[in-house]
Design a protein around this ligand. Sequence first.
Ligand code: HEM
Length: 533
Amino acid sequence: GDTGTSVTGQGGPRDSRLTENEAANTLTTRQGHPIKNNQNTRTVGNRGPATLENYQFIEKVSHFDRERIPERVVHARGAGAHGYFETYGKVGDEPISKYTRAKVFQDAGKQTPVFVRFSTVMHGNHSPETLRDPRGFAVKFYTEEGNWDLVGNNLKVFFIRDAIKFPDFVHALKPDPVTNIQDNERVFDFLSNTPEALHMITLVFSPWGIPANYRQMQGSGVNTYKWVNKDGEAVLVKYHWEPKQGIKNLTQKEADEIQKNNFNHATQDLYEAIERGDYPEWELFVQIMSDDEHPELNFDPLDDTKIWPKDQFPWYPVGKMVLNKNPENYFAEVEQAAFGTGVLVDGLDFSDDKMLQGRTFSYSDTQRYRVGTNYLQLPINAPKKHVATNQQGGDMEYEVDTAGQSNPHINYEPSNIDGLKEYSDSDKDYTPHVEGNLVRETLDRTNDYEQAGNAYRELDDVERNDLISNLVSALADCRSIIQEKMIEHFTKCDEDYGRRVKEGLEKHMLSMKAKAEQAVQEAEQKGHSTDSY
Ligand code: HEM
């Protein structure tokens, strides 16, 4: 049947495909058919009915029907930007090669392209950016040795220390499965049974839980990683990003004011800053510990609910990052970007942090589902270097990894004939010794309250007042067993912390009671004075 289009010749590069009457902006189908009429569906007479052979209409609408991919199960709302990382090549006065052989960090002044995605966590793709939530801070480094992803948050600790709890944690904080509304009672029902979350709760319910925008917030790798040098020796490291723009957080009241008029303020702020050439910049710091259990500490260095105190483990600046280019297309770059904690280069390694290992499974697993089997072939995710694997096929394979190889018949290794060969260099393998019983146990030094108490005491007065008021209004939605459990936890962090939440709740309950009594009185008076009909 007639397709509503005229068919032109194919072949040759895009530009030379234009026929005599076509311009570069001529509308076509994805098959290259120029479209003469984009206003009217093809019908039998102008009153219809429509016909099923209408290729132009069906292609257009069926593609539209598939415009969305599943949003990220967490961190669905985000904004991204391109830029570069520049290494300082040193840790303090020492060459960085003493600690890591990763090329991205060698040779002071060397630049590596990056793509960053900032995000909120709990709510959906178009939710307000003023919500109380951690903020994601994910960086993809396109290094000469392949990609490295540093998938962090703005805060330096996390709610849980074992990945097996993550689905429950997320269910409790996401909207209720029946009402589809986030419910403080469900949130604190879970958290009151999760004392390791106290440190994070104290930060998230203070103004640190609502960064003013993405440019004026810190970043942190949160989990503990390792660095490995040429001799195969490892140290434990933590990563932190410090904004050159300074840090700015919002009280609940300030956030409410912004949200009244704008629920995209953080995306807008980042985009507009880069458009006007005001490029945001962060310095990357590392903290380093020798690679052992550190029995002298009252926390485990692998516990992501803890910070490594700055006075014991200094922050060393190791490089800076500048974001200087907005995405050309949000979906292609930001929505399809896939970061994962498993994406490391030689010289950067995992620690035994079991939370980190759980995360590492989760990211690429979800991305094979969310974006597709061949998500690493998309330009935003592909390394900016030679890729040669014997992997093939799968949904939407875009190119063959062995293209350009001398013998494309040899898609296996090893081979006597030809094909891809292993790489070798003189660096010593890092081969940690691992031994122990298989168990289901938590870490020994849980120490859930001490650092949470420190965090409480380190807040300034405005921040502490806001924390108490935010906790009181959230806990007011909860039944008393949950309130009591939370007050007990806060008291263990700091006596003043528990007392203030308790008093706040009592005051809140009294004022609710007074309001209710007043309402009853008013209703009674009304009942006496008005005639019912
Ligand atoms: C996104 C899992 C903890 C930072 C995600 C996604 C999953 C996930 C499935 C969606 C990824 C996608 O669809 O592309 C987990 C699990 C965790 C965990 C299982 C705990 C066991 C953390 C922690 C941090 C973090 C501790 C911070 C250090 C992020 C960030 C993103 C993300 C920044 C968004 C990445 C992007 O912008 O695309 N996480 N996560 N997650 N997670 Fe986690």
